[in-house]
Design a protein around this ligand. Structure first.
Ligand SMILES: NC(=O)c1ccc[n+]([C@@H]2O[C@H](COP(=O)([O-])OP(=O)(O)OC[C@H]3O[C@@H](n4cnc5c(N)ncnc54)[C@H](OP(=O)(O)O)[C@@H]3O)[C@@H](O)[C@H]2O)c1
Length: 355
């Protein structure tokens, strides 16, 4: 940690120790493994524990050879007393109870699951089909870091966004805030198979995805549609009708990475005005790059990085504009964004530990 960073850490509720002691629940998963690597290298953190039930006692490297060497511990054998901050990388439906335990123990946490992203209880239970502890979602602040205007100072719970809603939200927020969105927003998106987590199923096994592109949960049936619409609703001026999102995800035979191609109806607005709006919005965001006008985003531009890229393309002879956006689903879509949110929560530079 540099002197300036150490000074900054003291300003907020950073513990008096030199390092923030962090615990990663679900470290053997695809996001937990990435996060453990980032936290091991983060100048202000020390990994106190990383958990897995099925690999307890094993080195994380036995699960993923490129991971850092950390002995995984059973979650029943660790204590919240050991840490100043918890990262919860569990499947939805299992994360919220652990988050509630952290809140009860006074340990801040960052939840990477979908359990606390949707504020409305009825909507959450309809979309996720699972209950969550009463009152917990109100304590959580949802944060796509660059777009979050709520303060994270001292919050109990940061709800880390979904990967698709991050990728699409970065493309749409500047237009939503300007009140430009209307009608139907059509998002066609591609994701690498790691978006489905580490355990292989009949649908995600190599032989099921290799040499193919598979559409799934088309239209409005993917859970992330509600999360995107919740964000658009927050961003848009109060007096304007909200657009409907049609979201068509596809799984592609790649390990990681995500690309969204979003078509918006913008009568009276040129593609170059959209490009300008995005470029101005992100000019002070070092991890978000708006590509030169007419250039499309590609997964190779961002894979294995915490960055996002956004491109704007004209649709000749129509009132539509196409925006392409790409992120690494495991990084900006999960682990590196969780680091950005931790940095913001504890008063570090947003991208500390991510360069
Ligand atoms: N993959 C992505 O691109 C991505 C992006 C953004 C957000 N997310 C969200 O992040 C969370 C983790 O995703 P992932 O892809 O890392 O999943 P994953 O690969 O399936 O890993 C889940 C982790 O949680 C542990 N676990 C599973 N069930 C548990 C339970 N009932 N109690 C305690 N631990 C349990 C697993 O290890 P053991 O079973 O050994 O304990 C594993 O370490 C999910 O909620 C997911 O929706 C994922």
């Amino acid at each position: 940690m540099t002197q300036a960073e150490a000074k900054q850490a003291k300003r907020k509720d950073m513990p008096s120790a030199r390092h923030l002691r962090v615990g990663i629940y679900g470290a053997s998963g695809t996001t937990g493994t990435e996060l453990t690597g980032l936290l091991q290298r983060h100048p202000a953190c020390r990994v106190s524990f990383a958990t897995s039930r099925s690999h307890a006692g094993e080195d994380l490297r036995s699960v993923e050879p490129s991971a850092p060497s950390v002995t995984l511990r059973n979650p029943t054998d660790v204590s919240l007393d050991e840490i100043d901050l918890a990262f919860v990388c569990l499947p939805h439906g299992h994360a919220a109870n652990l988050v509630a335990q952290c809140v009860h123990a006074g340990v801040p946490c960052i939840d990477l699951s979908g359990d606390l992203r949707l504020r409305d209880e009825e909507l959450h239970s309809r979309v996720y089909g699972s209950a969550r502890p009463a009152g917990l979602a109100e304590r959580a602040v949802y944060s796509i870091t660059e777009l979050c205007d709520a303060s994270l100072d001292g919050v109990d719970v940061v709800s880390n966004p979904g990967c698709y809603p991050t990728c699409v939200g970065l493309a749409l927020e500047p237009l939503a805030r300007a009140g430009w969105l209307e009608g139907t927003v059509v998002v066609n998106a591609l994701s690498g198979i790691s978006g489905a987590g580490r355990p292989a199923t009949a649908a995600t096994h190599f032989i099921a995805v290799h040499d193919d592109v598979k559409p799934y949960k088309l239209g409005r049936s993917h859970r992330h549609t509600a999360e995107m619409e919740q964000s658009i609703d927050r961003w848009m001026p109060a007096d304007q009708p909200r657009p409907t999102v049609i979201f068509n995800p596809h799984v592609v035979p790649m390990e990681r990475g995500m690309l969204a191609t979003t078509t918006v109806h913008l009568p009276g607005k040129s593609a170059s005005a959209v490009h300008e709006q995005l470029a101005v919005r992100y000019r002070d965001c070092p991890l978000i790059e708006v590509l030169p006008y007419g250039q499309e985003a590609r997964i190779r531009m961002v894979a294995r990085t915490p960055r996002a890229v956004i491109g704007v393309t004209d649709v000749a002879g129509s009132d539509h504009v196409v925006i392409t956006s790409a992120i690494d689903n495991l990084l900006k879509g999960a682990a590196s964004q969780a680091i950005q949110n931790m940095n913001r929560r504890f008063g570090f530079e947003d991208h500390l530990g991510l360069s």
